[in-house]
Design a protein around this ligand. Structure first.
Ligand SMILES: [Zn+2]
Length: 274
């Protein structure tokens, strides 16, 4: 081992806790921004893979994806990746409370406060560290970066597409406002985009239903569920498990009815899914 003092200083600097706290002046009239921790970044090189970066940095792949709102299939050279240390770096969304974030990652609110030196609510757009998350909600191949980012709520065959059809129970021409995804009962249903739970319970023909409001006029519907795992008012992350699929309501077999509405009008989910 060399006795080079510069190397020793460099090593000592590296060991300084990476969460350096910088205070930003409060925006005029806006919320007071909390302490903003900063994290090192890495520039993606030609030939890099997410797995390789994960191994080199010691950061789990799912932490890298969640911290960078990353579409793993679109890793490009030159892209700047934030390298989180000690957990996931979460970007706070408008309307998302600390309690919501705690629920999304299965951690306590006090752990979030402690790790981020927070007393009030974090400002939308700010980044906070989620230390040692129990779950990391993430969208697989979400259409991140182009328009509203929607992810598949479950993976399954489309047993009934969007549009006109003969109603499977009433046997009359009718309009199918969503798509049916054939999945076994009890399949985990994930939020197709971040948003607030506005319905979580029994709703006529939908059976057990969850509705999420994503803002910008977009809502998503998840019908015929067997179990609801969220509550009205809760803000859920994209990819967060919100329910278990089922066969409740007007349903002819186990499936998930998935619907996207824009300004209250049903649109074909396939036009928005990756
Ligand atoms: Zn349906």
């Amino acid at each position: 081992m060399s006795e080079n003092p510069f190397l020793a200083v460099a090593l000592a600097l590296l060991l300084v806790p990476l969460v350096l706290v910088a205070f930003l002046p409060p925006a005029a009239g806006g919320p007071v921004l909390p302490a903003v921790p900063s994290w090192p970044t890495y520039t993606v090189q030609f030939g890099d893979t997410l797995g390789g970066i994960a191994r080199a940095t010691g950061v789990p792949v799912e932490y890298l994806i969640a911290s960078n709102d990353l579409d793993p299939s679109r890793l490009r050279p030159g892209q700047q990746l934030l390298i989180p240390t000690g957990g996931v770096v979460h970007t706070v969304k408008a309307g998302q409370t600390l309690a919501d974030i705690a629920r999304s990652y299965g951690v306590s609110e006090s752990a979030l406060r402690l790790a981020n030196n927070l007393s009030g609510e974090p400002a939308p757009g700010s980044r906070i560290l989620v230390p040692a998350p129990v779950v990391v909600p993430q969208a697989t191949a979400a259409a991140l970066g182009r328009g509203p980012a929607f992810a598949w709520p479950v993976r399954g065959e489309i047993s009934s597409p969007f549009g006109s059809r003969i109603h499977p129970i009433y046997r009359v021409p009718s309009f199918h406002a969503g798509i049916d995804l054939a999945v076994p009962e009890g399949t985990r249903v994930c939020a197709a985009a971040p948003g607030r739970v506005v319905t979580a319970g029994w709703e006529g023909g939908f059976g057990l239903l969850v509705v999420l409001d994503h803002g910008d006029g977009y809502t998503t519907y998840y019908g015929h569920l067997s179990r609801v795992l969220v509550q009205v008012g809760q803000f859920v992350e994209i990819g967060e498990v919100i329910a278990l699929s089922g066969n409740t309501g007007l349903s002819t077999g186990p499936h998930l009815h998935f619907e996207v509405r824009r300004d209250g009008v049903a649109v074909d989910p396939l036009s928005l899914l990756p």
